[in-house]
Design a protein around this ligand. Structure first.
Ligand code: GLC
Length: 426
């Protein structure tokens, strides 16, 4: 019985992936996000690999085919014309052969490629495809530390909330006060046509997203200038943990493939990042916090960004403390892991990254906890994730209190994560 239900759920997840498959890349969902998104694609590849390994490699290769000459991998590739999304290529004006956005997203590719490689049934194919991606991912990692850590502190900053992947997190609120809105060109949002406006970022936030975009555009998207010129420079522990995990995974993969230079460079990035991460720890919250680099101080905001570091090789006592924090949260929320602390008055169960549960984040947290022996908490997260889709379908995100599906529907990376959860549970 159980395995029948599991098979049926996997089949439904595959249907979602196929529906959003455009041949050599997958869109996150129809209407709301009709192009290729960076970290969506890398995580989606893991789901694709369960039924088509070659197609999974293609997903990541397509993304890297649009890497910038300086090494950056953009957060959106606008493969086709489609006016159901704003801001489109006419606003970004990045001047690339295929239009892309001008900022990046969490560097999950190194992790994804290693996982694809390790699990591959077709080892020859995997070695060939991984070998070709290796120097490109390495160039992206180098780009991060050169451009987003210009003073060599070991941790990189995001310069736009969209880079974090957690667009409207409470973490950014204070720093966002410093981002002006004067001179923002008139615009019409499209996201609120496809999803309930009460589940989306506010207009005040959109104005600031666009101010930053226009500011960077006026600097010619020159990454050598953008970090220092941005009034918004945040060191996000979750973002850094993903990058650190990817550098460590890329180092292992490079070593397996005999690429020692790439292996050494990435191993030292991971080492430096892990020791710098300690500066972001908060005993009071039992998790890490963001650092406002422009102000030089930690941001008092307990979000899932500070829980995500379990995805990297942080010290064991830190992992244990975070596992305990998650247990505490699980006593208050029906579904875990909410994107923000429920006791914070700014918590909002339905608004995007200000409270809802996201399955991709659950996947990375559960992966890190399981790898370090916290299997019970990891299992609890996996259960919550599977219960959510059983009750509410393949939504973009979910209310942690009621389980209500929120945002876009028939969502690609949610489906990919469900396949991952169910296949690895068996
Ligand atoms: C939203 C999410 C971001 C994701 C994108 C496409 O912007 O905040 O993390 O990559 O949608 O799904």
């Amino acid at each position: 019985m159980i395995s029948l239900a599991v098979n049926e759920t996997i089949a439904r997840a595959v249907e979602v992936l196929r529906e959003n498959d455009h041949g050599d890349y997958t869109i996150p969902t129809k209407g709301l996000y009709p192009f290729q998104w960076n970290w969506d694609s890398c995580l989606t590849a893991l789901g694709l690999a369960h039924y088509d390994e070659a197609r999974a490699w293609t997903e990541i290769e397509t993304l890297f085919a649009h890497q910038w000459p300086d090494g950056m991998v953009p957060h959106i590739v606008f493969h086709v014309l489609n006016d159901s999304y704003f801001p489109g290529p006419e606003v970004w004006r990045t001047n690339r052969p295929t239009a892309t956005s001008g900022i990046t997203q969490p560097a999950v590719a190194g992790f994804a490629v290693r996982r694809l490689f390790d699990r591959a049934k077709d080892k020859k194919l995997a070695a060939e495809r991984a070998r070709a991606l290796l120097p490109k991912i390495d160039a992206w990692h180098r780009w991060f530390y050169e451009n987003r850590d210009p003073r060599g502190e070991g941790l990189v900053a995001i310069i736009h909330p969209w880079e974090s992947g957690r667009d409207n997190s409470i973490d950014w609120d204070d720093a966002f006060e410093r981002v002006p809105t004067e001179g923002v060109e008139p615009y019409t949002r499209r996201d609120t046509l496809h999803a309930n406006p009460a589940h989306r970022p506010t207009k005040a936030q959109y104005d600031r997203y666009l101010w930053l975009l226009q500011h960077f555009r006026a600097l010619g998207w020159d990454n050598a200038k953008l970090h220092d010129a941005s009034p918004f420079q945040i060191v996000d522990p979750g973002f850094n943990a993903i990058l650190i995990r990817s550098t460590a995974d890329l180092a292992d993969l490079a070593e397996t493939l005999g690429e020692m230079e790439i292996a050494d460079a990435n191993r030292s990035r991971a080492k430096k990042g892990l020791s710098a991460m300690e500066r972001l720890w908060s005993d009071a919250h039992g998790q890490y916090l963001c650092l406002d680099r422009a102000m030089g101080k930690l941001i008092d905001s307990a979000s899932v960004g500070g829980i995500l570091p379990v995805f990297s090789a942080i010290p064991k006592p830190r992992i244990a403390a975070i596992a305990a924090t998650i247990e505490r949260i699980a006593g208050k929320a029906r579904y875990i892991v909410p994107s923000h602390d429920l006791d914070d008055p700014r918590f909002d169960a339905k608004r995007y990254w200000r409270g809802p549960v996201w399955l991709v984040v659950n996947y990375m947290i559960a992966d890190g906890l399981a790898a370090s022996g916290h299997t019970q908490v990891a299992h609890r997260i996996t259960r919550s994730s599977v219960d959510l889709i059983a009750e509410s379908g393949f939504a973009e995100y979910y209310d942690p209190l009621s389980g209500e599906p929120l945002g876009g529907g028939r969502f690609t990376w949610t489906a990919a994560m469900v396949i991952e959860f169910l296949k690895s549970e068996r």
